[in-house]
Write a protein that binds this ligand. Structure first.
Ligand SMILES: Cc1cc2nc3c(=O)[nH]c(=O)nc-3n(C[C@H](O)[C@H](O)[C@H](O)COP(=O)(O)O)c2cc1C
Length: 162
């Protein structure tokens, strides 16, 4: 699947808005990820307000691209099984691949569980305390060209035993 190799972390965005229809397609892709016991821990806050995006860029380190990106999806999880982080990883990857296939760029912005950034985001966006802020996903039309990924490394592959 070409989209896997095309997806790159985009840190420069055009100001052009993302259509609601495309945001929905991306969320739909995320919600169709596999999850342990089919528990679907995901919830999302779609942030498109410029002031809120700016605030997020000030709260989260290494998220300066949110000052220009037209959209950010806050990915939130109910830790309802011990596999919730794995579920959320699958969800994120589905969303990034769908966005790439729509000609959009993304950047996964990690949030440490129970860290200061999570606390600030939880308070600012009124997220209940029994949910975790798993990550942010910057979203928009790319304003930078990136080469196709090629990270294949045969030395990482073991057969039958390590
Ligand atoms: C869990 C996780 C956390 C990340 N956090 C950040 C971040 O805070 N800021 C950022 O600019 N990129 C972040 N990234 C993106 C990585 O830097 C990027 O995926 C990596 O350098 C490989 O580049 P590529 O995505 O273009 O293949 C994160 C990626 C993951 C999976």
């Amino acid at each position: 699947m070409e989209t896997i190799y095309k997806r790159r972390s985009i840190r420069k965005y055009q100001t052009k808005d993302v259509a609601q229809e495309d945001v929905e397609k991306i969320l739909k892709a995320g919600m169709n990820a596999p999850s342990a016991k089919n528990n679907e821990p995901w919830n999302f806050i779609v942030v498109q307000d410029k002031n809120c995006l700016w605030e997020l860029s000030e709260i989260k380190k290494y998220a300066l691209m949110l000052k220009e990106a037209p959209c950010c999806i806050i990915c939130i999880a109910k830790p309802n099984t011990e596999f919730w982080q794995q579920d959320m990883g699958a969800c994120m990857q589905n969303m990034m691949l769908e966005a790439t296939s729509l000609g959009l760029g993304t950047c996964w912005l990690g949030i440490k569980p129970d860290g200061e950034d999570e606390k600030k985001i939880r308070t600012r966006f009124e997220i209940p305390t029994d949910y975790h802020v798993f990550s942010l996903m910057a979203l928009g039309y790319p304003n930078e060209e990136k080469s196709v990924n090629n990270k294949f490394d045969v030395t990482r592959i073991h057969h039958e035993k390590w």
